[in-house]
Design a protein around this ligand. Structure first.
Ligand code: ADP
Length: 449
């Protein structure tokens, strides 16, 4: 096992990884920007080292500075968390070539899954269901028109290297196709340095369901069931749960098997997630794979009893998974609410000083956060400041537990989205468990906010 791990991240996920290190008896090294001198991760790690000014390109995305920090602290391995450099195959390669262990999958599987066109081709050979669309990249408007004949409208044009919900154009009719195609191509070139685009049929009322997988370096690969992540705004998840309230047992088995097949196709090692779109008739299609730990991993940890960060570290150190697929069983229900420092209905960010923070407690409530009373939330980073997770034997009880936990949560000094969660948890549409990816935005539009 490692003696020392460097965590190339900040915020709640850095704190989460530091906690796992402590429980494993591993020393942790935090890297921080000048804006994060008093951040929780900087304070909690065994050692902390400043890697640059506040803007992330100069600090949390600054590969030479991070590698220098690993060197001077004698770290043996690097955990990238999520966001920042977590899905950067080049960074993973530099880490490995410099003699450190990368806590994540191989750069090769990251590369395949990071390119949507390559990923789809790989998935096709693995027999994973794909959204009908172009056979690979589409190079011209004429070609796009031909593809549209088979997919029909609406369709979606996507950048092969796109991410974070950017680089996509939805097209409702043929006259709009040429403009949308050219726009997508030039945006893709400008944002991602790669103008490769492809086309898919646009699914109109899908749900977002994703499958967690975990693999070791000895050829063992298992799934840890699914998460329901349809509660989104602007392609950003707001509340997640496990298991999905919308899947029947047959679809659950099928989607988890497809997730496993997807991961096997790239010899996946570590923790990863395969995202699917699920139609109202329960047909489902591969969307993409995230080759890293995800924000919403705690709901899976709670229903399966597996500590995903601990196992990311263990498999990176060469250990075998200590459990088989058969031993992974769903126990109860878990929900996560993301707490953001932003207006609950206008979604404008609200950095500033946390005058008072009181976290909820009691039975089956988990809080993963990086704030404390007196903490100054910097304006430079994501607005998510923490997550509340609850567990109970069934979904209804889990919702009630989350409602009382959210009511106990007090954050004074900055505006947060607590009220959004209170109203959402009380909403009959949410409570029914029958909602798709448009639910939240339609509900917000109805409230005219
Ligand atoms: P990114 O890598 O930017 O997250 P994804 O391919 O995961 O891009 O797609 C982001 C979101 O766009 C999905 O969560 C879904 O809401 C929507 N989307 C993507 N492809 C389709 C499709 N074929 N039909 C309907 N919605 C889609």
């Amino acid at each position: 096992m490692f003696n020392k791990i460097l965590i190339a991240n900040r915020g709640e996920i850095a704190v989460r990884i530091i906690r796992a290190c402590k429980e494993l008896g591993i020393r942790s090294v935090a890297v921080y920007s000048e804006a994060d001198r008093d951040a929780m991760h900087t304070r909690l790690a065994d050692e902390s080292i400043c890697i640059g000014p506040a803007p992330s390109p100069l600090s949390y995305l600054n590969i030479p500075a991070i590698m220098a920090a690993a060197e001077v602290t004698d770290s043996e391995a690097i955990h990238p968390g999520y966001g920042f450099l977590a899905e950067n195959a080049e960074f993973a390669e530099i880490v490995i070539e410099s003699g450190y262990t990368w806590i994540g999958p191989t750069p090769e599987s990251m590369r395949i899954m990071g390119d949507k066109v390559k990923a789809k081709a790989k998935m096709e050979t693995a027999g994973v269901p794909l959204v009908p669309g172009s056979d690979g990249a589409v190079g011209s408007v004429d070609e796009a028109k031909k593809v549209a004949k088979s997919t029909g409208f609406p369709l979606i044009i996507k950048a092969a290297s796109g991410g974070g919900g950017r680089g996509m154009q939805i097209v409702h009719s043929e006259p709009a196709l040429p403009n949308a195609f050219n726009k997508c191509q030039s945006e893709a070139a400008a944002c991602f340095g790669d103008n490769t685009v492809f086309i898919e049929k646009f699914l109109e009322e899908p749900r977002h369901v994703e499958v967690q997988v975990l693999g070791d370096t000895h050829g063992n690969l298992i799934h840890l069931y699914e998460r329901e992540c349809s509660m989104q705004r602007n392609n950003q998840k707001v509340l997640e749960e496990a298991p999905s309230p919308s899947l029947d047992e047959e679809t659950r088995q099928a989607i988890c098997a497809a997730g496993l097949a997807a991961a096997k196709a790239v010899d996946y090692v570590g923790a990863g997630t395969i995202e699917f779109l699920v139609n109202p008739d329960n047909s489902f299609y591969f969307m993409e794979m995230n080759t890293r730990i995800q924000v919403e991993h705690p709901v899976t940890e709670w229903i399966t009893g597996v500590d995903l960060i601990e196992w990311q570290i263990r498999v990176a150190a060469g250990e075998k998974l200590a459990f088989t697929q058969k031993q992974i069983k769903i126990k109860g229900h878990a929900i996560e609410c993301r707490i953001n420092a932003e207006h609950p209905f206008k979604f404008t960010p609200s950095p500033g000083t946390v005058e008072l923070y009181h976290a909820p407690g009691g039975r089956s409530v988990r809080v993963d956060s990086a704030i404390y009373t007196g903490y100054k939330i910097p304006p430079h980073y994501d607005s998510m400041i923490g997550k509340i997770i609850t567990h109970a034997r069934d979904r209804q009880k889990c919702i009630r537990r989350m409602q009382r936990a959210i009511d106990e949560l007090a954050i004074i000094g900055v505006t947060t989205n607590i009220e959004l969660h209170q109203r959402l948890l009380a909403n009959p549409g949410f409570q029914s468990g029958k909602f798709n990816i448009h639910f939240l935005e339609r509900w917000l539009a109805q409230m005219r906010v």
